[in-house]
Design a protein around this ligand. Sequence first.
Ligand code: NAD
Length: 310
Amino acid sequence: MSFNKSVLICDPVDPILHKILKAGGLNITYNPTITNDELVEVIKDFNIVVIRSRTKLTKNLIEKTDKCIIIARVGVGLDNIDLKAAYQKNIKVINSAESAATAVAELVLCLLLTLSRQIIKANDGIKNNKWLKKELVGSELKGKYLGIIGLGNVGKRLSRLARGLNMNIIGYDINPIDETYSREIGLIKTDLNTLLKSSDYVSLHIPLIDSTYHLIDKNELDMMKETAILINTSRGGIVDEESLYHALKNGDIAGAALDVFEKEPALETKLIDLQNVILTPHIGAQTREAQSLAANVIAEKIIYHLKTTS
Ligand code: NAD
């Protein structure tokens, strides 16, 4: 089956996406550095618009579409698309929900281990001619309580990996949590406040929506143990970075790792000045495997949608 449709790819994506769409007869324009101003001019010419996280499809941009039938997000979060505007224009919005789960969950484990064993300090020490053996007494993950907020694709994947390290898993989700899964993990289900008070590590895996904006602010940070570590690989804006800065500076919590920030790129954040924080540039889904899987899933979903609606 061949589809006579035009596709604009606005962000860098794995080449497998082109391959599958080309095989479906689609006419592809690849412009991974397109600016907002350029997009305003050309968006009306395309039937399908593909983005990752760089491009923001605002209300204004979506209103400029003329023949667009699909907006495809190669990745998970849809917070860079004005969904209401897309809905009003009758545009189908698709994403690749499960493709990044392993990549993000493995990054969280990497951050937990790096913080628990003070790897950054150890490495910096040697590179600065200091043998910090005595100073670097770490802690083990085995037997510790990992609080996971949001037990969707990433949260569940993380819990399974952490069980492999003999951690205890405390979980909180606003939606019901599947019983079979809970038994498999030995999940301790609880409310948000109890999770915050009881966990040695807290990891966030929820979407950024109005109700989760600054879900973790001073109040929640105050509930956490002084020895606790906070990890956010979900979305910037869920953690109030100003409150986090003060909590880390005052020793209200022991450490944090952030892969996502309210403003990205976060090259000016004052968290940079703190020793007990690790900052990564939104690399949660940046593995070859996750990118290829996401591109594959999106290409197949586009073809499927065209087949079932033409
Ligand atoms: P998901 O939709 O599978 O799971 C989200 C879970 O959060 C759901 O179970 C939902 O019920 C729950 N939830 C929603 N609001 C909640 C609230 N207020 N309190 C508690 N639970 C709540 O999503 P996912 O694929 O697991 O992704 C989780 C997050 O990770 C998303 O924000 C996504 O954008 C982000 N993400 C980041 C990267 C990265 O590069 N760092 C990559 C992929 C995904």
